[in-house]
Each structure stands twice: as C-alpha cells, then as structure tokens.
Design a binder for this molecule. Structure first.
Ligand code: WQD
Length: 333
C-alpha cells in the first residue's frame, strides 16, 4: 500500500516525504513544479537513500490522478498541492481558487471512485482570520479570512466537513499549520520561494546573505511587547513529523474527521526573530521599520494541546534550530 503525496516536491511536501520514507512508508509523489524544482526529488533520495514513484502533472487534470490510482495501490493521500502566498492571492484570486479549491474537488472525486477515503489535508492558521483570542484552539472561531489564500483553505475545510457528513466512512485529518520555517539539517532541501520572499524567515536569510539589502519590519505599533507582529513559528521537520502522527491516528481510527493545530504554542515577535537569527548564526540582519502590511494581524499563536493529547505530537525543535537550519540551507542554495 502506498501514500500519495500531492505537492511532494514542495517545501512541506518534500520534508514530509523524507520523514515518511525514514519511517519505511511506500510513497508516490505528484507535483507540477509550479512552485518547486525537479532536483528536490533527487535530494529526497540523497537524504533517505530510498526510492519512490513520481508523477509530473496537475491535480486539476483528473486523468493524471486516475492514472496514479490505477497504477498504484493507494492507502491514503496527503494533499499539499496549493499556492500559499497571501499577497499574491489578493492579486490572483481566480488562480488561487482553481489551484487550491477546484483541484481538491477533483482529488476527492477521484479518491471516491477508487474507494480511497483516507486524507490528510494541509490547512492553515489563516482560517482563524484575526483570532478572537490567543492562544488559538481548534474550537476558536474560523472564517473572517482576509485574503483569497486563507479563504481557499477555509472553503476546503467546509467541503471536507460536508463530505464527511454525507459519508462518515471518510477518514480525514485537517492540519492547521502556524508558521512553518527552517529546513532539513542536511541543508539539501528547504524553503525556496521564487523571486522576493513574502515570508519573514526566508527574507531574513537573504538579507543575512547580502542578496537583499535590509529587512523591512512591517509595523512596530502593534499591541505586543515590542510593537512588532507575533507569530508561532514551527520547524518544518516538526511539521513533517506531525503529518506522520496524523496518518498513524487515521490508521487507528479508520474513520472520522479530525482538526489539529500544528504549532509550538510559543509566539515570537519579528524583532525576536531578527535577534535569534543573528545570535544563532553570528551574522547581522540590518532592518528598518516600515508601515504595516495590509491584512496582517498583531498576534497569532497556537494552543497545541489537542495534537499532543490525540496525536502524541509535540514540536521539539527550538527557535535556534529554526534559525540555524534556515541559514544552513541559504548558504547551500
Ligand atoms: C510573519 C511576520 C509580518 C515579512 C503567512 C500565511 C500563513 C503561512 C505563513 C502558508 C508578520 C512580518 C514578514 C517581512 C515583516 N503561509 N514580516 N517583514 O503573514 O504570519 O503567515 O505565511 O502556509 O498561512 O498567512 O507570515 O512570514 O509573511 O509574516 O515584518 O518582510 O513577519 O508582518 O508579523 P504570516 P510572514
């Protein structure tokens, strides 16, 4: 039996593939390289020494998925394939809804036709919008999303809830990521955003490397300890392990719909991140204070209790690990 990883050459998909291969899982990866590179596949093999099957294609094309399910005995799907840049989603809403919502409908329809009903879905803390309170639990109100990326994740969560209500044989884990950062300790795989990074950690790494002049800190007048935005950063390898834990839970339960926050439960400000990166790597990260970024919220961090209790998942990698591994990847790429 194989696990299908859609978006398997992507940032979180590749790290999850490494962890699942290390656990002895048999994998089939699907990617269209819209936001990833073919050489990542070789890096996964180099890190693990393991083989896996790969299909190049787009999930919007049902024939690709039909071929995969016909040629392989798929036990479960972990669906990472999506665009994830908040700012870009505001500029390109139709592309985001096609790629992040329509493709999931095609995937679910194909899974149903092939009798595969076990799914781990990559969602995001963005579905909480501007949270009513922190730390955020899975019961915190969702919706009120402030951009098409977040809304697309919220829409898919609604689709999955409707699907499970219509057929309780489905076996679904929705994982709400907080802020994934860092890279595999080998430095062979990591976050490789195309063009100028939108996210904080890859931007800091490029400033430290001198390929960008300075960091613009988007606002220092938020109601936080130092005025800069606070987020729950989680090491991407911890996040990857969380997916294995979710798969194990689905294997035990055989059916159900479960939602988990995957975060550390600790919030760090932008200035905390700058200082931590400089201290961990003995580099300088010049910055300036800039106006707030539209759509940003002040504070967002998880209550990770439910994942600990039900998945036996706890993020173990420190902020120093996140900064060190991000810098190691930056130096290698
Ligand atoms: C973090 C903090 C910024 C860049 C988004 C998505 C989320 C996930 C991660 C996909 C904020 C500040 C940032 C910069 C800055 N994406 N910042 N200067 O916005 O919390 O989350 O990306 O899975 O779903 O919503 O992440 O890294 O962009 O910002 O000051 O150049 O860093 O204001 O406080 P964000 P981020």
């Amino acid at each position: 039996m194989s696990i299908l990883i859609t978006g398997g050459a992507g940032y979180i998909g590749s790290h999850t593939s490494v962890e699942l291969l290390k656990q002895g899982e048999d994998l089939v990866l699907l990617d269209n390289f819209s936001n990833s590179k073919p050489e990542v596949l070789d890096k996964i093999k180099e890190i693990t020494g393991k083989e896996f099957r790969f299909y190049e294609g787009d999930m919007i094309d049902e024939t690709v998925l039909h071929k995969i399910f016909t040629e392989n005995h798929i036990e479960a799907v972990i669906d990472f394939a999506a665009y994830k840049a908040v700012g870009e989603s505001v500029q390109k809403p139709v592309e985001y809804y096609i790629n992040n919502v329509s493709t999931v409908l095609v995937l679910l329809n194909t899974m149903k036709k092939h009798g595969v009903k076990t799914l781990v879905f990559s969602s995001s803390a963005t579905v909480y919008g501007d949270p009513e309170k922190v730390p955020i639990t899975e019961e915190t109100k969702t919706g009120g999303t402030t951009n098409p990326y977040g809304t697309s994740k919220y829409m898919v969560e609604q689709i999955l809830k409707d699907l499970y209500h219509s057929d309780p044989e489905w076996n679904i884990a929705i994982l709400r990521y907080f802020n994934p950062v860092g890279a595999h300790e080998s430095g062979l795989i990591g976050e490789e955003p195309k063009g100028i990074p939108a996210n904080l950690m890859p931007y800091i790494a490029r400033v430290a490397a001198g390929s960008l002049k300075e960091l613009s800190i988007f606002g220092n007048d938020y109601d936080t300890k130092d005025g800069t935005g606070v987020r729950d950063y989680i090491h991407v390898v911890d996040l990857a392990i969380g997916h294995f834990k979710a798969l194990e839970k689905l294997r035990k339960d055989h059916q159900g719909l479960h939602i988990y926050n995957l975060g550390t439960g600790v919030g760090y400000s932008v200035l905390d991140m700058v200082k931590a990166f400089e201290n961990a790597n003995h580099v300088k990260v010049p910055y300036k204070i800039a106006p707030r970024r539209a759509g940003d919220i002040a504070v967002c961090y998880a209550d990770p209790t439910k994942a600990k209790e039900e998945l036996d998942f706890v993020a173990t990698r420190s902020l120093e690990d996140m900064c060190r591994d991000s810098w190691n990847y930056q130096k290698n790429s």
